[in-house]
Design a protein around this ligand. Structure first.
Ligand SMILES: O=C(O)C1CCN(c2ccc(-c3cc(CO)ccc3Cl)cn2)CC1
Length: 322
């Protein structure tokens, strides 16, 4: 019982905010943003929430596969921006598409969420208990951003991307290494649940929007994630990768990662120019676009590495044969 990605799809909300639009709101410039991050624009929701973005991706995956929602065994949504704490966004999606036979849950692993969720889904199918399900990374980062903080407001965007994962007689998940380090949790935070019960003695209110120590996160990504990429590739029987689909956080970081991992820069796909950093959605959006553009093809035998990294701290790679 192996598993295989049989369909990919993505969706971004229609409203696009260019760097110049942000320069009218906060003290920044297109020049600074593009030079330092590689970002030129981001998609933002106006009246949609995360479950709405997921619904659009789910419908595309069902349409492309010819499956009905009732045939799905599970739905996993990776997100740090759920509609609610409860019910899960995955349950909302199940209700929206009518996947009556599926069980549904969210995965919270920040920008590693899609990689963690896809690894879990692979194990659900490898166990032989389940045959097929949706794995979607989706974010409405625009609702948790501090839009007055120019160091973070320019970095993030909204969007969703996902895959249909199905049982396969042949192996496609070749190697993986999932890691986390809670000691460095304070480097990147959002959504603290302040306790305002009548019994709470802790009275200080902690900021609920995104707070990031950019330098610490950048250094972590370059050092720990590059090592993870090298180690995951070395676990492969045939240690070659055609493309690396890394979390789309920063273009300069990908330049530095290519050098650190001694992999050609052109193997690192990137689209942060058009979507900014969509957290758990960035890898599935990149994968779906690369397939749409013909760079990647399902059933091609191409070897790709999906590498997520971010808050937690979390990071992890999956080596997959398409
Ligand atoms: O001054 C500059 O050049 C600044 C320096 C700081 N920058 C950063 C720093 C960290 C991230 C980042 C964020 C996440 C969260 O998904 C994950 C992974 C990373 Cl590496 C993105 N940008 C922007 C340009």
């Amino acid at each position: 019982n192996y598993s295989r990605i049989t369909q990919c799809a993505h969706y971004a909300p229609t409203t696009v905010v260019h760097n110049d639009d942000l320069a009218k709101m906060i003290d920044t410039s297109d020049e600074w943003i593009y030079q330092r991050t590689g970002i030129r624009q981001r998609h933002v929701v106006t009246n949609e929430n995360t479950s709405d973005l997921c619904e659009k991706v789910a419908y595309q995956l069902l349409e492309k596969s010819g499956l009905t929602a009732e045939e799905l065994d599970f739905i996993i949504i990776a997100t740090v921006t759920p509609d609610y704490q409860m019910p899960s966004t995955a349950c909302l999606v199940q209700g929206l598409i009518g996947a009556t036979k599926a069980f549904a849950f969210d995965v919270t692993a920040a920008c590693s969420g899609f990689v963690y969720a896809l690894s879990l889904a692979d194990k659900l199918i490898q166990s032989g208990t389940y045959q097929r399900g949706l794995v979607i990374g989706a974010e409405t980062m625009s609702k948790i951003i501090d839009w007055t903080d120019r160091s973070t407001a320019v970095l993030f965007g909204d969007g969703a991307g996902g895959v249909l994962l199905e049982a396969s007689p042949t192996r496609h998940f070749l190697a993986e290494q999932l890691q986390s380090d809670g000691k460095r949790a304070q480097s990147l935070t959002a959504g603290y649940q302040n306790n305002q019960s009548p019994f709470a003695t802790t009275t200080e209110l902690i900021k609920e929007s995104i707070v990031m120590d950019g330098r610490q996160i950048f250094d972590f990504a370059l050092k720990d994630v590059s090592k993870n990429i090298r180690q995951t590739i070395e676990r492969l029987e045939e240690p070659t990768i055609d493309y690396v689909l890394a979390h789309q956080a920063n273009k300069r970081l990908l330049d530095a990662m290519a050098k650190k991992t001694k992999l050609p820069r052109e193997k690192f796909l990137d689209n942060m120019e058009f979507f900014a950093n969509t957290s758990a959605a960035s890898i599935p959006i990149l994968l779906s676009e690369a397939i749409e553009q013909g760079t990647l093809k399902l059933n091609s035998g191409q070897h790709i590495l999906l590498t997520g990294f971010g808050g937690g701290l979390t990071w992890g790679s999956l080596a997959i044969k398409l």
